[in-house]
Design a protein. Structure first.
Length: 574
């Protein structure tokens, strides 16, 4: 299917379509490749060898002449383009040019060709078009930085491929509950875990994604202990030995008030954290030709100046980048003024660690809505990076992360609702309408308060007919999503889908009592049973539809953030 013009104009920064098509006979584009990008003529295109695009290998002197191509592709080096940017020119005569300033830009240009190509009825079709596409942020990706069960090795490998396919270039390995990252930071990884990191780094290289090794020694590092620094350097050296060139030192979520020898030696935590980061940077600089180090300070949220920030501003090496999460841990907005002020306070290039869609503060919730409230020109306010912190549920995180990828690539044009629509359609295909309905039951309460408006109106007006239709749809959607071909989504989302079905049964028991006025035998017992079934779940929908209805009819009261209790005949039953 040809990419609709509206989507092309949104997905690519500058998209010029003349309304004409390049039509090629056959089911494949067979590409004859020439290169003015470098003297190396052999290119390995991740994912390009599969499907409708085939790059023909040039024949040697003693080889048979291969079947001729039907498209000519020329690669060009263009130094004026930003890193990862590209220009794609598709001409009517069957010649295509991709220009870029790095290999990742060539990759993204090739991916754009895949997106634009449609195949059907024995023909390949491409728009006659020109694209100029460059990112808003040089560094775009994810940080596995949540509390809770770390991702599996398979999830991480899939994450790297997902990043590459969505114009993101950074994977940061920082699982809070991996003991060798934080609690046991001095100890080397067991052989099996280290081998997984090696394989993950290799996959990052294959996919042209930068792998960042992150370590968090701040809970018990002794700043005068050369033995501690030797342990830290040994941990870094093991990573350097497998080709890691990007690092992060994380000093977040620690008791950063100094005591004992640490207090006597360095006086203040800002001085101490700058000292540690500088030592790490100096060590890495002695081992590597080019060093990339980002540190997460203890004061990683807020936008006002402090003594701690002054110490970082004055003492931290100028080449070290600094993380922050915005004006709060879960920032509803990252606006221009707070961003510019904090950039001034820290005096270093800022990287936004965006706690979206992470759910480690709400383990019972899924967050399935788009990123909102981020300044469109953040990249012009001292920020060179945005990395998202996903949920424990990797597969479910993809819906929000796709919208994050749109923002990271072109923040100036980002439209949350359109990105959400495109993301859900990519994720769910023919079940996109069902998936969107389910997503709308699971909005990020940390960041967005305007959800469930129609439901609230119906509940408060006690519109039984509307609610019947709503719960009927919730039931049918849940059953269809439980049968999705995406087995990983099924596994991760099943508790919430089963909880949705329990909400449907609670509504029907509530409706029975309301309609009969409680006179029908067994109505109260059925309502108690269904209420108990809902409360037995360890997860909940953000919309909480059945309990919201029970509260509106005076049959339940809210208890705190996460719970309700049922009331029958003025008596607390549950």
């Amino acid at each position: 299917m040809t990419m609709p013009l509206r989507e092309g104009q949104y997905y690519f920064r500058d998209y010029y379509d003349q309304g004409e098509e390049l039509v090629v006979e056959g089911q494949q584009l067979r590409i004859e490749l020439t290169s003015k990008f470098s003297m190396t003529q052999k290119w390995e295109w991740p994912l390009a060898a599969e499907g409708p695009i085939v790059i023909l290998e040039p024949s040697g002197e003693n080889e048979e002449t291969p079947e001729p191509g039907n498209i000519k592709l020329e690669l060009k080096y263009e130094r004026s383009l930003k890193a990862d940017g590209y220009q794609l020119d598709i001409r009517k005569d069957g010649t295509i040019t991709i220009a870029a300033s790095n290999k990742r830009g060539l990759r993204y240009g090739m991916d754009a060709l895949h997106r634009l190509l449609s195949v059907g009825e024995g023909k390949c079709r491409l728009p006659v078009a020109a694209i100029h596409d460059e990112p808003s942020f040089p560094v775009r990706g994810i940080i596995e930085g949540f509390y809770g069960t770390p991702w599996s090795f398979e999830d991480r490998m899939d994450a790297v491929r997902y990043l590459a396919a969505h114009r993101m270039n950074t994977f940061m390995h920082a699982p809070k509950d991996d003991p060798y990252h934080r609690e046991l930071w001095r100890e080397p990884y067991p052989e099996n875990l280290f081998e997984q990191i090696r394989e993950l780094k290799q996959e990052c290289d294959t996919q042209l994604v930068d792998f960042y090794y992150c370590i968090s020694p701040g809970n018990d590092l002794q700043f005068r202990s050369e033995e501690d620094f030797a342990s830290l350097e040994a941990k870094l050296a093991a990573m350097i030995a497998i080709g890691v060139r990007h690092f992060a030192l994380l000093m977040d979520d620690i008791d950063y008030a100094l005591s004992g020898e640490n207090l006597h030696y360095l006086e203040r935590s800002g001085l101490a954290h700058a000292y540690v980061a500088n030592r790490v940077y100096d060590y890495l600089s002695c081992q590597l030709q080019k060093v990339m180090l980002v540190m997460c300070p203890a004061e990683y949220w807020s936008s006002w100046d402090t003594e701690y920030k002054r110490d970082i501003r004055e003492k931290l090496h100028s080449e070290i980048k600094v993380f922050w999460t915005g004006s709060a841990v879960f920032a509803r907005q990252v606006g221009s003024r707070p961003a510019q002020e904090n950039y001034s306070h820290y005096g270093h290039e800022l990287w936004l660690w965006d706690n979206i869609p992470v759910n480690d503060a709400d383990y019972d919730r899924l967050f399935l809505d788009p990123v909102r409230g981020r300044y469109s020109r953040l990249g012009q306010s001292g920020h060179q990076a945005v990395v998202a912190n996903p949920m424990v549920q990797w597969e479910c995180s993809k819906i929000t992360l796709n919208t994050m990828a749109h923002y990271m690539w072109n923040s100036e044009r980002y439209m949350p609702e359109l990105s959400w629509e495109l993301s859900v359609r990519e994720f769910a295909g023919e079940l996109a309408d069902d998936m969107m309905f389910f997503c709308r039951q699971n909005l990020n309460s940390q960041l967005y308060s305007r959800g469930y408006e129609e439901l609230k109106v119906a509940v408060h007006s006690r519109d039984i007919r509307w609610l019947d239709a709503y719960f009927d749809r919730l039931e049918s959607v849940s059953y269809r999503l439980l049968e999705m071909e995406n087995s990983k989504f099924q596994t991760e989302a099943e508790p919430w889908l089963q909880r949705a079905l329990a909400d449907v049964e609670l509504w029907r028991a509530l409706r029975r009592k309301v309609i009969t006025g409680g006179t029908e035998p067994g109505a109260d017992e059925e309502l108690r049973k269904r209420a108990e079934a809902c409360r037995a779940f360890e997860v909940r929908l953000g919309s909480d539809p059945a309990w919201m209805a029970a509260e509106a009819w005076g049959l339940a009261v809210r208890e705190g953030k996460k719970g309700y209790r049922l009331i029958l005949e003025d008596e607390v039953v549950i």
